[in-house]
Design a binder for this molecule. Structure first.
Ligand code: FPP
Length: 244
């Protein structure tokens, strides 16, 4: 991909960018370091991309920090990732709040350790009125479960007579997802060269542009984000319609 062209520079940024941060383990392995070192550098990259998102005036940035499948990793690695999440929330919340960032979490985060749940609740509450970038962190998130849970809630409402079958439509269904109130992503980026969605925002990304980049997540910079946005602008978005 080329440098950001003046034309791309002038176009408005995508409203919502979502990122599958992949490649921390390979980054560490290539340097003979433990996997946790890759995750630590991954947090540095995450910090950089949040700053870049603010500078580029992206309104919503969603980051896939921990999937519901990540519990299958060795317990020490799960502990490391939870430890990094804890540290991130403890250390960076004040700064994010100062910068007007609004923080939201998606996923079954209520199932995490009680102290992390409290940090998440505090972060969401403290930043709820902020008007800058909305940072959405997906933790213990998986789309299949999200969709099943939404279906269950809707079925319960119908069974209780609080909702009619005829009221179930796309907009209504989307209001039962974790992303209620958040516009669908325009651009989904996955790093590390893998080309799949891994159970991430399957409903919400129905019309998103998918950009797969060879860079490993710890090496992802503001420049990488700009390149992805440039690629986004190059693609024609038709939403299933024809061009003529
Ligand atoms: C994928 O790399 C990355 C993850 C599973 C986690 C991403 C997490 C962070 C960047 C840090 C923690 C998050 C927060 C919010 C503090 P991988 O380990 O699957 O890499 P590999 O495919 O090369 O092994």
């Amino acid at each position: 991909m080329s440098n950001l062209s003046p034309e791309a520079d002038r176009q408005p940024p995508p409203t919502h960018v979502a990122i599958i941060m992949d490649g921390n383990g390979r980054w560490a392995k290539a340097r003979g370091l433990p996997r946790v070192a890759g995750h630590q550098r991954g947090v540095d990259a995450l910090r950089g991309v949040v700053e870049a998102g603010q500078e580029m005036e992206i309104d919503f940035l969603t980051l896939y920090a921990f999937s519901s499948e990540n519990w299958k990793r060795p317990p020490t690695e799960v502990d490391d990732l939870m430890g990094l999440l804890r540290l991130y929330l403890r250390r960076e919340m004040r700064e994010l709040h100062r910068n007007g960032v609004r923080i939201r979490f998606i996923g079954e985060w209520q199932e995490l350790a009680p102290d992390i749940v409290k940090l998440i609740e505090d972060a969401e509450r403290t930043t709820a009125e902020n008007k800058g970038l909305t940072l959405i962190i997906a933790v213990n998130y998986g789309s299949h479960r999200e969709i099943v849970e939404a279906s269950r809630r809707i079925a319960a409402a119908v069974a209780q007579g609080a909702m009619n079958l005829a009221d179930i439509d796309e907009a209504n269904f989307a209001r039962h997802l974790h992303t209620d109130g958040i516009p669908d992503p325009d651009l989904v980026i996955r790093t590390s060269g893998e080309q799949r969605l891994s159970n991430f925002l399957l409903w919400q990304a129905g019309y998103a542009e998918l950009v797969f980049m060879d860079v490993l997540w710890p090496d992802f910079t503001k420049k990488s984000l700009e390149q992805a946005v440039e690629e986004f602008h190059r693609r024609e978005r038709r939403y299933g319609a024809s061009t003529s």
